[in-house]
Design a protein around this ligand. Sequence first.
Ligand code: NGQ
Ligand code: ZN
Length: 469
Amino acid sequence: MTSQHASFYFAKHALLNSGWANNVLFKVANGVFTSIQADCEPPKELSSSITWLDGPMLPTLANVHSHAFQRVMAGAAEVSLNPNDSFWSWRDLMYKVVQKLTPDDAQVIATQLYIDMLKAGYTQVGEFHYLHHAQQGKSYAQKAEMSLRLLDAANQSGIGLTLLPVLYAYSGFGGQTPTEGQARFIHSVDSYLALQQACASAFSMSNVNQENKHNVGICFHSLRAVTKPQIEEVLSALDPNQVVHIHIAEQQKEVQDCLNWSGQRPVEWLHNEIGLSDRWCLVHATHLDPNELSAIASSHAIAGLCPTTEANLGDGIFPAVEFEQAKGRWGIGSDSHVSLSIVEELRTLEYGQRLRDQQRNRLHRAEQPNVGDNLYQQALIGGNQACDVSLGLKVGSRADFMLLDDAHPFIAASQPCDFLNRWLFACNENVVKDVYVAGEPIVTNFSHPLEESSRKAFTQVIKKVMYDE
Ligand code: NGQ
Ligand code: ZN
């Protein structure tokens, strides 16, 4: 809801774009920060209209990579079925789940997921959406049915949605026929462009009373799923300002298959044949040679890192230290949602590098030696670019923010330079206490107004889909 009048918020400690500041007065009008003053005494005449914020105030993050429906199977694929269980055997299980989902199921799962994201401190989500059709690939009467269900879920929960409708046409490099398990994903370029149009008009209507929180990007599932002429045709038909997401170089097998097909590695191929720019979000980009790494970094494309899913699926370790040295841009996503926690994504990212290098404090920059502050700031910048939003405590940004729980000793006792490190490395319970979107409280005292009913509905869907109950 739009707040027509201005509101004021006062925080003792806030992480501004310029760093930590004390005694900060924020003015918000129409859901946007219109002025921010640090080191300030709140004017007496305003004191009755100020919301006094307890606990350190942080910007929220964009979650750059989500497949909402996969939340239903989180933690249910951890039983060894064969000695060589891999990404590909996990994918077989995931395809079985896909066959069962109705539009109602998908909406219930996404609503609960987005509530959980808000409670974790994400207020925008990049939804990499490829479950387009009914069973056996039959179209729904409303062709954008599944996309609209995701929009409904976003509106119910209050999160901002960057919908990335996916073009998925083939099962392997060079235009191989899709498998039966992929039937619900498949579009031609023409039907894909029609879906883009349907989404654009639904989103612009919805944005009228949603503070322009939503937007639509472009998405290719992977180089396995589309051909070069398809990529070119889609990019030339659509708005050159839309972001473009793609899964790339996640598994060694994909790299090898790409080499066998084209003589080039996946990122190398994309860079040479299509070209990279700051519109692109390369999801995973786990397996890079030094030339590919510098091509991504110098193009200012985002590496969409999903550390908990990449660990869960056994993808490999992204060369994050080298990518930071090259001033690469990256964001974080929870992808399969086997875990849903900013803490766990950032901690796993940093600890993966420590374990690899047998060293401490890996992901920092010359200008930011504080690891937690650097991780958080990079995830904020990269998340914004990948989801085409501008979160952050700065004038002109949507007034999204979160407050950490100052009843927790690690938060209550810390100096600002330690808030993020205490939270990201040492807190095990959730300390994201309150979350605001466009100046409105959405999560209050750890709780979302719809969570009780949503959790009940989600429980029923898990029972039905996973256990046939
Ligand atoms: C997906 N997920 O599309 O959901 C993929 C697996 C594939 C991740 N890569 C399927 N984490 O890449 O073919
Ligand atoms: Zn993915």
